[in-house]
Design a protein around this ligand. Structure first.
Ligand SMILES: Nc1ncnc2c1ncn2[C@@H]1O[C@H](COP(=O)(O)OP(=O)(O)OP(=O)(O)O)[C@@H](O)[C@H]1O
Length: 308
């Protein structure tokens, strides 16, 4: 089942800026979808269109078959949104904030409290539950925003850079919660980020956007196939024969591309036969970061806009 359906979606602001240009894609239920693109690519605009905060210029978007523009209120009932500026109340405690929002969605005070305590525990904020929000650190506040977005058990969660400004321990608890929500509760996560390493750790599918246009969508494997699906071999040696087409990375480190690891024994033999010593061999596939930049470069070249 599709959690999100976007069809020929475009948004031109009154200034004339075309922030989203004819974008179409679907996201299946339970996916952790990484929406990746540089500053100003159109990610926040797309989230505002999906959550009914903005109306599209043309096209449509749906969350669980509910049109975001026509029925924004219904979309809000099944969506949670975390942005940098989540509205909460400084003079109230973390727990009071969560209970307040939960009652807005129709829960009783005791239901709200029970759920709030569960979320505060998951996000390691239980010790601070009675502290006023004004005393929370940035990281604590950000985690509370996530709890707030989850308070009505949404089916879809829109997250805009959910871990920016968080320390490694907090990132871990946020990541675990996101993975858990998707895996155990089937919550669909729409995650906007520039942090490609972070996205690779977490996401199950991706959409790549630049200047309002989507230039690639799919799983990491699918995106990798569009760039290079083989492996990259790294060898640390004191001698690399000229017969091997390897690139010198630094002092004793060389890399080369190969279709599969089957070529490695022959390469090792060749080095050893030439008197070289091998200290380390490792293989890896292209990372999301490498794939992203390769696809971005191709797309910009096709649009005649690459100046790199
Ligand atoms: N209200 C607005 N009026 C006019 N232009 C806008 C408005 N909001 C955003 N834009 C422009 O639309 C483009 C897309 O902005 P958007 O905020 O959607 O990008 P983004 O991918 O979320 O960027 P970032 O990663 O920096 O948050 C940018 O050029 C931005 O300046």
């Amino acid at each position: 089942m599709n959690a999100i359906t976007i069809k020929n979606l475009s948004k031109t602001y009154p200034t004339g800026k075309e922030a989203v240009k004819d974008v179409s894609f679907d996201i299946r239920e339970g996916e952790i979808f990484g929406f990746l693109g540089p500053n100003g690519a159109g990610k926040t605009t797309a989230v505002k269109l999906l959550t009914g905060l903005l109306a599209p210029t043309t096209g449509s978007c749906e969350v669980y078959n509910i049109d975001s523009t026509l029925h924004a209120d219904q979309v809000h009932k099944i969506s949670g949104v975390v942005t940098e500026h989540s509205q909460m109340y400084d003079h109230m405690s973390g727990l009071q904030n969560l209970v307040f929002y939960s009652t807005l969605f129709g829960a009783t005070k005791s239901e709200g409290e029970k759920h709030a305590i569960e979320l505060l525990t998951q996000l390691e904020l239980l010790d601070a539950k009675d502290q006023k929000l004004a005393t929370y650190s940035t990281g604590m506040r950000q985690r509370l925003s996530l709890a707030r977005a989850m308070i009505h058990n949404p089916k879809v969660l829109f997250l805009d850079e959910p871990t920016s400004g968080l320390d490694p321990e907090s990132i871990l608890s946020v990541n675990n919660m996101i993975k858990d929500l998707a895996k155990r509760n089937g919550v669909t996560i729409f995650l906007c980020t520039h942090q490609l390493r972070y996205a690779q750790e977490l996401c199950t599918s991706y959409g790549l956007i630049d200047e309002g246009s989507m230039f690639a969508t799919g799983t990491l494997d699918k995106l990798r196939d569009q760039v290079y699906s083989g492996i990259i071999v790294n060898i640390k040696t004191d001698y690399m024969p000229a017969s091997i087409d390897a690139r010198k990375e630094d002092d004793m480190s060389y890399t080369f591309k190969a279709e599969s690891e089957e070529v490695i024994p022959a390469i090792i033999k060749e080095i050893v036969n030439h008197g070289g010593n091998i200290y380390h061999v490792s293989i890896r596939e292209l990372s999301l970061e490498e794939i992203y930049f390769a696809l971005l470069e191709t797309d910009r070249k096709e649009r005649g806009e690459y100046h790199g």
